[in-house]
Design a protein around this ligand. Structure first.
Ligand code: FPP
Length: 273
């Protein structure tokens, strides 16, 4: 019998279609006219990735930088205007000193090494969080990289550093109260957009898609106000394994959802027609 001789052509047809579907470039399935304006990512799972390889946690963080590079490149290539990465939370200061030192060293190294690549790719660097709490040398390098890339306009890459939402909201409340006290502000003028302007994210739009890696389904004090209407996407992939295709999968999933902003489906259909 010749190979394939007894294959039912109908079944074979389906199998062939499945194969073609699989090999079809994921990127080609993305509707470039409906990209999320801002993607935010909780990069999680570096420690577990390293543990699975019987290596120190810092090995996971070092490999996580490759994913930062790939994801930024993929987002810029697609034309996503804003990408925000949760690189170090306020709570991360409670980790063992050696891990904090290693993360800070990695951050410094990455900022210094990648500024030229950011410029080559027309990407603007931005940072949110309690930046004053960063070690002096990192603060200085960060400010220099932000300044050196400030004219770029293809994509804004924001690093959340020493960031937590509750810290940000508390700081905003303190500043608003001070402004009311100094009579710079009439409390009746305080609305949602007024409050937003007191956040460290005042110069970037709210995320439309929030991704968290590593299988955890938590927000962990990240952009709590700003993600009010974001689509949430959780993947089991550990951050050091996250590659361009994983970002494409998240965007394809985002594009399959109907975003209603509190309205009903029929209203959205009319608005989009
Ligand atoms: C979470 O994994 C990851 C972090 C706290 C740090 C993320 C940092 C990097 C990817 C490298 C540096 C980043 C830049 C932008 C240069 P985890 O340690 O909580 O992992 P686990 O949950 O498996 O323990």
């Amino acid at each position: 019998m010749e190979p394939g001789e007894n294959i039912d052509p109908e079944i074979f047809g389906t199998f062939e279609a499945q194969l073609m579907e699989k090999s079809m470039n994921l990127k080609d399935k993305i509707d470039l006219l409906h990209l999320p304006n801002h993607v935010a990512i909780i990069m999680d799972g570096n420690g577990r990735w390293a543990k699975m390889r019987k290596r120190p946690r810092t090995f996971g963080h070092r490999n996580g930088v490759k994913s930062v590079r790939e994801t930024s490149e993929a987002a810029a290539e697609l034309g996503i205007p804003y990408l925000t990465l949760y690189a170090f939370s306020t709570e991360n200061w409670s980790r063992p000193k050696y891990e904090i030192d290693a993360l800070m060293h990695l951050l410094l190294q990455t900022i210094n090494q990648e500024t030229a690549t950011l410029n080559k790719n027309n990407i603007k660097l931005n940072a949110i969080g309690n930046l004053d709490s960063l070690p002096q040398n990192i603060f200085k390098s960060l400010m220099k990289a932000i300044e050196d890339t400030s004219d770029n306009d293809r994509m804004t890459l924001t690093l959340a550093l020493s960031y937590s939402s509750r810290w940000e909201i508390t700081e905003a409340v303190k500043k608003i109260v001070a402004d009311v006290k100094q009579q710079n502000v009439d409390p009746s003028h305080i609305d949602q957009s007024f409050v937003s302007n007191y956040f460290t994210t005042s110069n970037i739009p709210d995320p439309e898609l929030l991704i968290r890696t590593s299988g955890e389904q938590r927000i962990s004090n990240f952009l709590l106000w700003q993600i009010a209407y974001a689509e949430l996407y959780f993947t089991d992939v550990l951050w050091p394994d996250f590659r361009k295709n994983n970002l494409y999968e998240a965007i394809i999933d985002f594009q399959s959802r109907e975003r209603r902003f509190g309205k009903i489906s029929e209203q959205i259909k009319v608005e989009n027609s």
